[in-house]
Design a binder for this molecule. Structure first.
Ligand SMILES: [Zn+2]
Length: 170
């Protein structure tokens, strides 16, 4: 035995491992590969024997960290709000944020129909209005004008509707 002193022995093992790390890792990987079936079976047996306790442990961990998880999720959302919006615009409307801003600027910053600067609605942003036929961008609309533009019935009878409203206006 080269080292009877346990402190000395430990120092020897630590430095041996540091010097031969790659060799040791390769040997460990080879062992795991050769015994994959047995190791897997052992883990499965351990899990089966301790299933209830492991599930309880996981549930307890989640319960005691739930606020932390919510906080992390909401922090992430806040930090990535612009990224989330960009993704939404692209996925849903095929628009980049720049295209949206350019369109809004061309409408002088307001709704393309009534001109209000207040988009209204939960998102606080103007709705992206598309032409049904080919999906081309028509404009950005406030929450009250958007349903008007979406109504095919209104589009079909627009002139009659205007005449009717003018005629019957008090
Ligand atoms: Zn409007």
């Amino acid at each position: 035995m080269p080292h009877k002193d346990p402190v000395e022995a430990k120092r020897y093992r630590t430095s041996y491992r540091a010097v031969n790390l790659e060799k040791i890792r390769a040997r460990e990987a080879a062992y795991r590969a050769a015994h994959a079936g047995a190791l897997c079976a052992r883990r499965a047996a351990y899990y089966a024997a301790n299933r209830e306790a492991l599930l309880r442990q996981n549930a307890a961990y989640r319960a005691s960290h739930i606020d932390q998880q919510h906080l992390r999720a909401s922090t992430w959302r806040t930090a990535n709000r612009e990224g989330t919006r960009a993704k939404h615009l692209m996925r849903r409307y095929g628009l980049t944020v720049e295209q949206y801003e350019t369109q809004l600027a061309s409408q002088d910053g307001g709704c393309a129909i009534c001109g209000t600067m207040e988009p209204g609605g939960a998102s606080g942003r103007f709705h992206v209005d598309h032409r049904k036929r080919d999906g081309a961008l028509r404009g950005l609309l406030c929450v009250r004008c958007n349903p008007l533009a979406a109504s095919e019935h209104l589009e079909k009878h627009l002139d009659a509707a205007i005449a009717y409203l003018r005629r019957s206006a008090s």
